[in-house]
Write a new protein. Structure first.
Length: 347
């Protein structure tokens, strides 16, 4: 079984499986939940990370689901990354997860059941690290391996974090480096240092549990996590929802070691350009490297935080306590009032 490479059985890797932003907007057109559910605090009327229902007692229920095809060949690690990625949506709303069930698709005629068991074991360990049970789920016989979770969580309603409430003057922080999609593509082509990829895997397996503490930090105005649409795509969602623009420091975007070496060899996932084609008209034209990093699809990426400047040092202290990668301990940009034209600009 150790010789079986899971990624050979799927057409897409990790969050790179996501439907392109422009296509997703077309699919959801006319399928938005309206005002007929007054207790629904967050639904698909906005492009947030999870649905949120007011429970009426000062608490709100967070509900999300996320699943994808293998991003790594090892079954256990695939399960762990996929589960960590799904749980992240609860943290990105400022909540704490409390229950998960599994979503498993398995090509039973192509891959042994023992590998599926290893995937579930990785998912179970990620849930255990988050302090929740993997309490059941559903499985199907599918042409490609698929794994993920449906996760519920709770949040104090007053501490709920959204992705569409950034304010002018806020500083932008990112809690994990970029380039996971580039490194994953390089692995498939046999062109990446093993240690560099290990760093990326460890990051993808790291829970975004910091998000559950950010509700206590009053200066956090908007929060999301960065996944398949890349940093630029998820920042665009935040800015459009908030009616703002951002000025990014192009030399401060944190990247994993080995990413620039991969770019020199022109190792870039195809979805990077699909992302750019969906939202590039909203971005001041970047150089090639900046485009490839900013549009790179992340799997189990970091939290993108829009923060009042006066809370800067307190947030950095929290990030250090959470053992966030040191390259992330500086703001990457600032939110500004939107005038017209590009939503993301650079300096």
């Amino acid at each position: 079984m150790n010789e079986i490479k899971l990624t050979q059985f799927s057409h897409g890797y990790g969050c790179g499986c996501k439907i392109a932003p422009a296509v997703l907007d077309e699919i959801l057109k006319g399928n938005k939940t309206g005002d007929e559910f007054p207790g629904l605090l967050v639904g698909n009327g906005s492009r947030d990370d999870a649905a949120v229902l007011d429970l009426g007692n000062g608490l709100a229920l967070i509900s999300t689901t996320d699943f994808f095809m293998p991003i790594v060949d090892d079954a256990y690690t695939f399960g762990r990354i996929a589960a960590t990625n799904a749980i992240s949506d609860v943290f990105a709303m400022g909540g704490r997860p409390n229950l998960a069930v599994a979503i498993l698709g398995w090509p039973v005629d192509k891959l042994p059941a023992e590998l599926a068991s290893a995937v579930l074991a990785g998912g179970r360990d990620a849930c255990k690290a988050a302090g929740i049970p993997l309490a059941g789920g559903h499985s199907i016989d599918s042409p490609e391996p698929i794994f993920g979770l449906a996760v519920n969580g709770l949040v104090t309603a007053s501490h709920l974090q959204r992705n569409d409430t950034a304010r002018a003057g806020d500083l932008l922080f990112l809690t994990k480096p970029l380039g996971a999609g580039i490194l994953t593509t390089a692995v498939k082509m046999g062109g990446v240092d093993e240690q560099d990829f290990t760093v990326a895997i460890e990051s993808m397996c790291k829970l975004n549990s910091l998000g559950a503490r950010l509700g206590d930090l009053g200066g956090v105005h908007a929060l999301t996590d960065v996944t398949g649409f890349g940093l630029f795509g998820h920042l665009i969602e935040m800015l459009e929802g908030s009616g703002m623009m951002a000025m990014l420091h192009k030399d401060r975007l944190p990247v994993f070691p080995g990413v620039d070496d991969c770019l020199l060899r022109h190792t870039v996932p195809a979805i990077t350009y699909r992302n750019w084609n969906s939202y590039g008209h909203l971005i001041e034209e970047p150089d090639v490297r900046l485009l490839q990093i900013g549009c790179d699809p992340q799997t189990s990426g970091g939290l993108l935080i829009s923060l009042a400047p006066e809370q800067r040092e307190e947030l950095i202290a929290m990030m250090q306590e959470d053992k966030v990668n040191p390259s992330c301990l500086i703001e990457i940009g600032q939110v500004m009032e939107y005038d017209s034209g590009h939503r993301i600009r650079f300096k």
